[in-house]
Write a protein that binds this ligand. Structure first.
Ligand code: APR
Length: 244
């Protein structure tokens, strides 16, 4: 389907829908200048995210992992939500049942005003104690290394779901329910490679939802969805949502 026809169809579906779920990935934040994970700009000192965002890497060298997070915090602290983030807030306010599932940890959706969301991979501006497990907000840039828990003195780690770790079961239930019961699922800026989010397109299709993908490049999801629109999130998403 040519992009213009895809846009018209998704707009029409969104205009009628009373239950909409949205899944976002690093591509939506790329338009705010946040490096994606699998793009060349996501590398730090030649480490890949998969080498650093693991419990094993943190156990081996917490200082190195925190240095990487400080580098990411410094970048993200200067970034602002873009028109795609803002348009999704408009959609949230308009639709009867809305849920946003983001794999992004940059906090740009809540910064834009999103309220009905699961940050299924955590949030870079939160820390968790490895001893007492308390979670705190922490916007220090840079964070002093090694950071210690204000409550018990234990070592703090980023409140982020790393490779090899499980998602919070409540987040997972909430997200699966939102994907399985929506009329329209929008999948924006994710490579569709990391589970469980990678399974959401099929899950929604099986449940009879209309599924649309907005991505700069084709992904494994492109074959599954009803409409795949190739383009930048910040250009396409506002067009889909506004003036419908
Ligand atoms: N607009 C739309 N899509 C874009 C844009 C843009 N401006 N820029 C990049 N993209 C697309 C890329 O083509 C790619 O398909 O966004 C996708 C980003 O993919 P990844 O970098 O793999 O990010 P994501 O899918 O969010 O990664 C999932 O993997 O590393 C882990 O936990 C981390 O949450 C992350 C998860």
């Amino acid at each position: 389907m040519p992009p213009a026809a895809g846009i018209v169809e998704v707009k029409a579906r969104l205009a009628d829908a009373r239950a909409v779920t949205v899944l976002t990935g690093a591509g939506i934040s790329a338009d705010s200048g946040v490096p994606t994970f699998r793009g060349a700009d996501g590398l730090w000192r030649n480490y890949r995210a998969e080498d650093l965002a693991t419990p094993e890497a943190f156990a081996r060298d917490p200082r190195l992992v925190w240095e990487w997070y400080n580098w990411r915090r410094e970048i993200i602290a200067t970034k602002r939500p873009n028109p795609a983030h803002h348009a999704l807030v408009e959609l949230e306010q308009r639709v009867e049942r809305f849920w946003l599932i983001t794999q992004n940890v940059d906090g740009l959706h809540p910064d834009a005003g999103a309220r009905q969301l699961s940050e299924i991979h955590g949030n870079i501006w939160k820390v968790r104690c490895t001893q007492c497990r308390q979670v705190h907000r922490n916007r220090a840039v840079p964070i002093p290394i090694l950071p210690l828990c204000p409550a018990c003195g234990g070592l703090l780690r980023p409140h982020i779901v790393w490779f090899g770790e499980s998602l919070d079961p409540d987040d997972l239930d909430r997200s699966a329910a939102a994907v399985g019961s929506c009329e329209v699922l929008l999948i924006i800026g994710t490579s569709g490679l990391v589970y469980p989010a990678a399974a959401f397109a099929s899950l929604a299709k099986q449940a009879g939802s209309f599924v649309a993908e907005i991505n700069l490049d084709p992904t494994p999801n492109s074959e599954i969805v009803n409409v795949a629109i190739q383009g930048r999130a910040q250009a396409v998403v506002p067009e889909l949502i506004r003036s419908t």
